[in-house]
Ligand binder design. Structure first.
Ligand code: HEC
Ligand code: HEC
Length: 295
C-alpha cells in the first residue's frame, strides 16, 4: 500500500490525530478514490442539471437540483468527514470555524465543481480556509456530497440541520445512554458522574454538540526517544511525515527529523475524530438527549 500524506500537518494541528489513524483514513480514501476511478462520474452527472431544465412553470420555482450517483456521494461524504467537517460541520451546514456551505452563494452558482474545486485547490489561507491537493475524482465526489447536502437542506425549507435546538431534543435519552455505555464506548473514557458531570450546565445545545464532536483544546502529548536512548516528553507541537516537535515542560520548542527518532503520540481526543464517520444523525441526537440530562 502506498501511503499519501495529504493533510497531515493540517489535521494534526487541528485535532492531534495519531499517525496510525491518519494512515488508515488515508488508506480508506485511497481505496475509495480508486474504486471511484473505475466508475466514470461524468456520464451520470447532472442528468437533471439546471442547464437542461427550462425555467418555465410557476414563478419562484427553482430548477431541479443536480442528482449524483450514490456511490460518488458516499465517497464524497467520507472525504468531507475527513477533510472538511472539522470546520464546516459534518453535514456541511457550518461549524465553529467554517461557513455553512449549504447556503453559500458560491456553492449555489457552482457548475460541475468549477467554483468549489477552485476554492478547495487554492484555499483562502488568509481567511482560514486551507488549500488541499486532491485528485479530480476526490473533488468531484466532494462536490457531489456538498450539492446533495444543499439539496437536502433546501428541501427542509431553510431549516438548518443540526443547529436547531429542537433538533437537539428529538433524541431518546435511553437510547443515548445505551450508546454511551455500549456501541459508542464513550464510557471507556468518560463518566457521567465524573468528568461529564454537569456538562449540560457548562455547554448548552449546539455548543455541547460541538464539544462532543470536536473537543477543541484537548492537547496531545508526545514522547520522543532519541538514538542515544534518551527520551523527551512534552506537548505535541507539530508532526508530519518528516518532522516531530514538542514543547517541553519548561516551554522550550524542540524538533527532530522523524527518521532520527522514535515517538509515541498520546492524543485521547482523537477517539472523537475516529468516531466522526461512525455516528449516524440518530446516534448524535440520542447522545445529545442523554448528555443534556447531565446537569
Ligand atoms: C480549517 C478550517 C477549514 C477546513 C478544514 C476547510 N474549510 Fe472550507 N472554508 C473555511 C473558511 C474559514 C472559509 C471562509 C473563507 C472566507 O471567509 O472567504 C471556507 C470557505 C469554503 C468555501 C467557499 C464558501 C463560500 O461561500 O465562499 C468552500 C466551497 C469550502 N470552504 C469548501 C471546503 C471543503 C470542500 C473542504 C474540505 C476539502 C474545506 N472547505 C475545508 C474553513 C475551512
Ligand atoms: C478514547 C477516549 C475517548 C472516547 C472513547 C470518547 N471520548 Fe469524549 N473526550 C475525550 C477527550 C480526551 C476529550 C477532551 C477532554 C477535554 O477537552 O477536556 C473528550 C471530550 C468530550 C466532550 C467535551 C467535554 C468537555 O468538558 O468539553 C464530550 C461531551 C465528549 N467527549 C463526549 C463523548 C461521547 C458522547 C463519546 C462516545 C460517543 C466520547 N466522548 C468518546 C476522550 C474520549
Amino acid at each position: 500500500m502506498k501511503l499519501r500524506f495529504r493533510r497531515t500537518g493540517l489535521s494534526v494541528s487541528l485535532l492531534g490525530l495519531r499517525i496510525e489513524v491518519l494512515i488508515s483514513a488515508v488508506a480508506l480514501v485511497s481505496s475509495l478514490s480508486s474504486a471511484l476511478g473505475q466508475n466514470p462520474n461524468t456520464a451520470t452527472q447532472n442528468p437533471n442539471g439546471p442547464l437542461q431544465t427550462p425555467s418555465v412553470g410557476r414563478q419562484n420555482e427553482r430548477p431541479a437540483p443536480p442528482v449524483f450517483p450514490p456511490a460518488q456521494v458516499q465517497s464524497g461524504n467520507s472525504l468531507f468527514q475527513q477533510n472538511c467537517a472539522f470546520c464546516h460541520g459534518r453535514d456541511a451546514g457550518g461549524g465553529e470555524t467554517g461557513p455553512d456551505l449549504t447556503r453559500s452563494k458560491l456553492v449555489a452558482g457552482d457548475m460541475n465543481g468549477d467554483k468549489i474545486g477552485a476554492v478547495v485547490r487554492n484555499g483562502r489561507p488568509d481567511k482560514g480556509m486551507p488549500r488541499f491537493s486532491l485528485p479530480d475524482t476526490d473533488i468531484a465526489a466532494l462536490v457531489a456530497f456538498i450539492q446533495t447536502q444543499k439539496t437536502l437542506s433546501d428541501s427542509q425549507n431553510g431549516k438548518r440541520r443540526g443547529v436547531d435546538v429542537a433538533d437537539l431534543q428529538t433524541g431518546s435519552v435511553e437510547a443515548g445512554r445505551e450508546y454511551f455505555n455500549g456501541a459508542g464506548a464513550c464510557s471507556s473514557c468518560h463518566s457521567p458522574k465524573g468528568d461529564l458531570a454537569g456538562i449540560a450546565r457548562r455547554f448548552e445545545g449546539l455548543r455541547l454538540e460541538q464539544r462532543m464532536l470536536y473537543p477543541k483544546d484537548a492537547s496531545a502529548k508526545v514522547k520522543v526517544t532519541l538514538r542515544s536512548g534518551e527520551s523527551v516528553s512534552g506537548q505535541l507541537a507539530y508532526v508530519d511525515e518528516f518532522t516531530v516537535a514538542l514543547r517541553d515542560p519548561s516551554g522550550r520548542y524542540q524538533s527532530w527529523p522523524t527518521s532520527d527518532v522514535k515517538y509515541a503520540v498520546d492524543a485521547p481526543a482523537e477517539a472523537h475524530a475516529a468516531l466522526l464517520g461512525k455516528y449516524t444523525d440518530a446516534d448524535i441526537h440520542n447522545l445529545m438527549a442523554y448528555l443534556q440530562t447531565l446537569r
